[in-house]
Design a protein around this ligand. Structure first.
Ligand code: FAD
Ligand code: UDP
Length: 382
């Protein structure tokens, strides 16, 4: 790489790709976008399997956002297929809606008891409310609510969380379990965001259009250590925060996942996009891609997720394990990152050590460019 670029961007996931697009198209900057993987898209990457079925190699990615700005931004690069993700949990031998809702209660308890529990919930929280499991567990003044909170926690959250994170639920930041509320309604959609849709031709086609600009040069199978400092002026780093500093203050905790992909006849597929198995097996959930992609055929592709410890160089750091201790360590690294201000910027799920969804990664990229990179470009030009 002999030529010089205005910017080096490390990591071609949603964060790095959106930063690259805005710098190139919006600010006429030249960009070298690298990724150590052999594809762009980061964990949102999708591809066709040998049978032509669209699959998500790194686990199911369902797009949802409340932000018109982010939805419209991505809409420049893809048409959308409306899709409402639905999840069932295997609890006491039944498949019940997750988020746990009034129908879950009806399916799990005798009729009169289910009515009483539902009435109590509605009276306490209001119909349509979506309290977190933590909120429900706070309602200790009522015996029915106490019973229900313990039941939902034990049957849906405790074991799933232990499998997924390798630690007990109370060792984690409360925000993690709060991602999946209890729904005081019959709404069985997993998300209630205003915009819920899948890129009609997949994430791959979206990324190809996003990065199709003469100012953007993509270099795959390329790690940051392979790019000489003479190649770029400024950098946006979207890899793991602790990685950048050689883990000098200690390793940030991440959780990894082993994905097992299978092909099954459609009659053995799932009734909804995903089924969660909180209490049995070593895996947490199975996803049936035909629901996400809308593709039809005699067979369907599924993926089963086995959470595992993250081992450097062996598997990928998929999930930041958020706790008071890990936030403290991330803050130390952030202070180190601040010393590089004006030369290197850090952004993304890995570099911010935040549990971002795809829309949040894009939002982070857009605001980084607007608030920090555009002013830096303007200063250079002055
Ligand atoms: P990433 O996608 O992780 O991209 C970072 C890239 O940087 C990687 O490709 C990596 O190879 C590269 N990289 C790192 N270090 C270096 C280096 N030193 N040199 C070169 N390259 C490097 N979000 C949703 O909105 N909906 C979902 O349904 C959903 N499901 C998910 C399921 C799973 C199993 C996982 C793990 C995540 C899911 N997400 C979902 C979250 C989503 O994947 C992220 O929000 C999004 O991909 C973050 O984008 P990013 O660019 O910040 O990071
Ligand atoms: N969770 C759970 N049981 C479930 C679904 C979720 O305990 O049936 C908890 C678990 O700790 C999980 C977290 O809620 O890691 C967030 O769930 P989400 O579905 O948002 O996880 P992701 O899709 O990011 O893996």
């Amino acid at each position: 790489m002999s030529r010089r670029y205005d910017w080096l961007i490390v990591g071609a996931g949603f964060t790095g790709a959106a930063v690259a697009e805005r710098l190139a198209r919006g600010l006429d900057q030249t960009v070298l976008l690298i990724d150590r993987r052999d594809h762009v898209g980061g964990n949102a990457h999708d591809r066709r399997d040998e049978g032509g079925r669209l699959i998500h190699p790194y686990g199911p990615h369902v797009f949802h956002t409340n932000s018109a700005r982010i939805f419209d931004y991505l809409g420049q690069f893809t048409a959308w297929r409306p899709y409402f993700h639905r999840v069932r949990g295997h609890v006491d031998g039944r498949l019940v809606p997750v988020p746990f809702n009034l129908d879950s209660i009806r399916l799990l308890f005798p009729e009169r008891m289910a009515e009483r529990l539902s009435d109590t919930l509605v009276q306490r929280f209001g119909f349509g409310a979506r309290p977190s499991i933590h909120d429900l567990r706070q309602a200790t003044d009522d015996a029915d609510l106490r019973f229900l909170a313990d039941y939902v926690f034990d049957k849906l959250f405790a074991n799933y969380t232990a499998k997924q994170w390798g630690v007990a639920a109370d060792a984690l930041d409360a925000s993690v379990l709060a991602r999946v509320p209890v729904a005081i309604s019959r709404d069985d959609r997993y998300f209630v965001d205003r915009y819920q849709a899948m890129p009609r031709e997949g994430y791959g086609a979206l990324f190809d259009r996003l990065l199709d600009h003469p100012n953007i040069h993509v270099s795959l199978n390329t790690g940051m250590d392979q790019v000489g400092a003479q190649t770029w002026d400024r950098m946006v780093y979207c890899g793991a925060l602790d990685d950048y500093f050689g883990r000098s203050a200690g390793a940030l905790p991440y959780r990894s996942v082993r994905f097992e992909h299978q092909i099954v006849d459609v009659e053995h597929g799932l009734p909804v996009g995903t089924v969660n198995y909180p209490n049995e097996f070593d895996f947490t959930r199975i996803t049936d891609f035909r629901h996400l992609t809308g593709e039809r055929g005699a067979t369907t592709a599924t993926v089963t997720e086995y959470p595992v410890a993250h081992e450097m160089g062996v598997n990928a750091p998929y999930y930041p394990v958020l706790s008071e201790a890990s936030r403290g360590l991330a803050a130390q690294y952030r202070a180190m990152a601040a010393t590089l201000a004006g030369k290197v910027w850090f952004a993304g799920r890995l570099a911010d050590f935040q549990y971002y969804n795809m829309d949040q990664a894009v939002g982070r990229a857009l605001s980084l460019v607007e608030k920090s990179l555009a002013p830096a470009v303007a200063r250079m030009a002055a």
